[in-house]
Design a protein around this ligand. Structure first.
Ligand SMILES: Nc1ncnc2c1ncn2[C@@H]1O[C@H](COP(=O)(O)OP(=O)(O)O)[C@@H](O)[C@H]1O
Ligand SMILES: [Mg+2]
Length: 288
C-alpha cells in the first residue's frame, strides 16, 4: 500500500486520487511513525548546511521545526519530499524511511513521493489560472478519471475556502487575498490526496487574522494528514504543534556554519522545560 517503486503496476486512479476514498481509509494508529530520520545531513557542494538530524515524525501530529534563520530548516524540510533533488549541488546523506521504505531508494519514483508528500511555501504561489483550475491542475495531470468538479469542491472545503470562492471559481487566483491564496495552495496540495503536508513558514507573509485561519486549518487537517511545519514564530509552534524540533547553527574553527538538531521533544516540554540550555536560550529570546 505504501509502495513507491516505479516498477510496480500502477495503482488504480481511485486509490491514488479520490479524496473521498482517502477519508475512508482505516484510521491510522496515531503513534505510527511516518518518517524515521537517522543522521540526516545535507551538503551544498562542500558546505555542510545541516547535519545530525535524527528524529521520528508521527501520524496525525503536527511537528514543528524552529530555529534561527539559516540553521537549515528549509533544507531539512526539502529532504522529506525529495525537493532537494532539484538543487544540483545538494547531496542528502543518512537515512530517511517513509512508511518503512527508503525514500531515497533507487527504485523510488520521486514524482510519486512529491504527490504523497505535498508542500506549501512561504509565499502563496498560485498558478496564473482560475481558482478552479489551480485545484484541478494536479488531478488533471495525474489523469484523474472521476468527477473533477466534486474533487475541487471537496479540496476547497477541506482547505476552509469553499464558501468564500464557490461563486467565483472562474476568477483568477490572483484576485484572492494573500490568506485566501495560501488556503488555495493548501487545497491544491490536498486535491492529489496526499499523506503528508510540509509547510515552510506558511504564514510569514500573512496578517494575524489570515494566520489564525491557517493555524485553525492545520489543526483540523492533522486529523487526516501528517503535517510538518517550519516556523519562525515560536508562539505558532507552541499553539499548533504536538512535537517540536529545535535546530541551531554551529560554527567550526574554520568558520563553517552547519545547522544541527539540538533537541526534539513534545512541544509542551520544549517550551516549559527544555533539556538543552541552547533551546532555553532561544525560546526565552536570549539567542537567535
Ligand atoms: N540552494 C542552495 N544552495 C546553496 N546553499 C544553500 C541553498 N539553500 C540554502 N543554502 C544554505 O544552507 C544553509 C541553510 O539554509 P536554509 O535551509 O534556507 O535555512 P533556514 O530555512 O533555517 O533559514 C544556509 O547557509 C544557506 O545559505
Ligand atoms: Mg527557510
Amino acid at each position: 500500500m505504501t509502495d513507491l517503486t516505479v516498477n510496480e503496476p500502477p495503482m488504480t486512479p481511485t486509490n491514488l486520487y479520490s479524496v473521498t476514498d482517502a477519508r475512508e481509509l482505516p484510521a491510522v494508529d496515531p503513534a505510527e511513525v511516518i518518517f524515521e530520520i537517522r543522521d540526516c545531513a545535507v551538503d551544498y557542494g562542500n558546505h555542510r548546511a545541516v547535519a545530525d538530524v535524527t528524529l521520528d515524525i508521527r501520524a496525525q501530529e503536527i511537528t514543528a521545526i524552529i530555529g534561527p534563520s539559516g540553521c537549515g530548516k528549509s533544507t531539512f524540510l526539502r529532504c522529506l519530499n525529495r525537493m532537494n533533488d532539484f538543487i544540483g549541488s545538494a547531496k542528502v546523506s543518512g537515512t530517511i524511511q517513509y512508511r518503512s521504505e527508503d525514500l531515497y531508494g533507487s527504485r523510488v519514483d520521486a514524482a510519486e513521493v512529491r504527490r504523497r508528500i505535498g508542500m506549501v511555501f512561504q509565499r502563496p504561489n498560485p498558478f496564473p489560472k482560475s481558482i478552479f483550475d489551480n485545484v484541478a491542475y494536479g488531478p488533471r495531470i495525474n489523469k484523474y478519471h472521476g468527477n473533477v468538479g466534486e474533487l475541487v469542491e471537496e479540496a476547497l472545503t477541506r482547505a476552509a475556502l469553499w464558501d468564500e470562492v464557490k461563486d467565483k471559481l472562474k476568477k483568477s487566483a490572483f484576485a484572492l487575498s494573500g490568506g485566501q491564496q495560501q488556503r488555495l495552495c493548501i487545497a491544491r496540495a490536498l486535491a492529489v490526496a496526499p499523506d503528508v503536508i510540509l509547510m515552510d513558514e506558511p504564514c510569514s507573509s500573512l496578517d494575524p487574522i489570515a494566520t489564525s485561519r491557517i493555524e485553525d486549518l492545520m489543526v483540523e487537517l492533522k486529523r487526516q494528514y501528517t503535517i510538518v511545519i517550519v516556523t519562525h514564530n515560536m508562539q505558532q509552534a507552541a499553539r499548533v504543534s504536538d512535537r517540536t524540533a529545535f535546530f541551531t547553527t554551529d560554527v567550526d574553527d574554520a568558520g563553517n556554519r552547519t545547522g544541527r538538531l539540538v533537541e526534539f521533544d513534545a512541544t509542551q516540554t520544549i517550551f516549559t522545560s527544555p533539556s538543552d540550555p541552547r533551546t532555553e536560550g532561544y525560546i526565552t529570546g536570549r539567542f537567535g
